[in-house]
Design a protein around this ligand. Sequence first.
Ligand SMILES: Cc1ncc(C[n+]2csc(CCOP(=O)(O)OP(=O)(O)O)c2C)c(N)n1
Ligand SMILES: [Mg+2]
Length: 589
Amino acid sequence: MATTPRSSESTNLMSGADIVVESLVRHGVEVVFAYPGGTSMPMHQALTRQKDKIRTILPRHEQGGSFAAQGLARSTGKPGVCMATSGPGATNLVTAIADAKLDSIPLIAITGQVPTPVIGSDAFQETPIIEVCRGITKHHYLVTDVEDLARILREAFHIATTGRPGPVIVDIPKDVQLSQTTPDFDAPLNLPGYRVITRHAQPKQLSQVVAAIKRAKRPVIYAGGGIIASGAAAELTKFAHKTGIPVTTTVMGLGGFPADDPQSLHFLGMHGSVYANYAVEACDLLLAFGVRFDDRVTGKLSEFAKGAKIVHIDVDPSEINKNKAAHIPIVSDIKYALAELNKLVEPCDGLTKWYDQIEKWKQANPLTYDKNSPSILPQYAIDVLWRKTRDLDPIVAVGVGQHQMWAAQFYKFRSPRTWLSSSGLGTMGFGLPAAMGAQAANPGRLVIDIDGDGSFQMNIQELATCFCEKLPVKVFLLNNQHLGMVVQWEDRFHAGNRAHTYLGPVDDPEAVGKGDGMSPSRRYPDIVAIAKGYGAGGAFIREKADLANAIQEMIDFPGAYVLDVEVPYMEHVLPMIPSGMTPRDIITK
Ligand SMILES: Cc1ncc(C[n+]2csc(CCOP(=O)(O)OP(=O)(O)O)c2C)c(N)n1
Ligand SMILES: [Mg+2]
């Protein structure tokens, strides 16, 4: 098919850099997060030529840009695109690429590389980024010929977005960006080893599932990120309502089933609800949909759902029987499988006893906290935030740590793609840039980053991007002045010995565990001053009575805003099943 010339009026010749940008346009990319440097400048120049079609956002750190691309991808389901220069620019993308791999997020990372004649010579800003990323990408390319470029970018989008999604890195030497050719944007894909046979559950397999459901007395649905990735939340909800089977989700699956639905058991695993973990332990049928039996979910694998028949449906065949053998293994897109099952299943009868048991567990061990605490407990803060914002349909991003788990417990997510969490890799610093990317992709929507002070400070520089790019992200900072999650492990497993988990000056008593457990007398750093320095709004609160109004002010503020909430640091995320243990070892106090 003929292509539109961009670099030259009289011929179809285009530079490699223009081919890259034109490919992005043709794949429907509207926003890229790109930080320039010597070897990527031609692509930035090309981006300016298509600025009416693609918004280029300059993050303040490549890691921020790559997590912003993830925020876009996670909130929309479309592939996120980030770009960096060679060497340090490229290595700054590595964490977000690894993160996207573990959470199956479609991410296209485009890097500049030193010119092909000097590759391998330790040239200035040369790193073999493809070698670095080999084990953490779904696929990777070093483009050595401009003739391949248009096809490779097609392949990159195809691979990132089909089957089980994931990150693809495309490394493009500067001379390839500058070379000219007549591109064929419709060149056939050359992927002999990658065939997306649309994987569909077979009728025979589905009837096995239906039969298993009929026989079950204590069934549980264990639903994961696959539900979100395949857009199957509606099918899952219909399936659960039709059969009456209770649903627990993974952290990645939050929003895949409404948390305020009476059939919801909330999330399971290390910090999941007691009743979800007990239900999975006691169930006789485990319907594992779009999950990977991660160790944070299973604890001691051999004990996990020990007495249950396991149905495992996943699009990625390598997940089947990886950690846990399935009695009915099915390789299928979960949306398709659920839609087909919904035609076949009937209401399960005889679940009354099972629900009575679950209700007893719920009554005995609800997700709760000390409502009489004089200070703002982080759980309370999230509970109030949820009540004040739930009808505004916000997107919520989080950092990693206690605040993340409390957000998962107390913000009751109702719909997919409203919860953005670095789950598999657990990357601190994810929250603010992910929120920023979600905001860029969802203008006008309320986007909140529920963050911890440690995590927030890992990508705090993105406040500048939020201000300069007019992305009115709201940071709800649960500031305990500590690396709270590590403090919790110190308390539980190391007799409370503080080992570099206090975020204030080393001569403060808290640095050696001599604080009062509430809040250090001087707070560090001055978060509101930093926020204002970046041009954002900000306020500090420590009184319960001020919380609701402060949240309202945050929402009403026209731009980016940081609400610095003082929370005590002695609070632990409960329940907790210590690593490698079972629901019988659950800690609830
Ligand atoms: C990049 C990175 N470094 C270290 C860790 C280990 N880690 C997990 S949670 C945590 C503490 C997080 O502190 P903060 O963001 O303040 O959250 P809090 O637990 O206090 O709510 C640390 C250090 C991590 N997950 N990611
Ligand atoms: Mg903290």
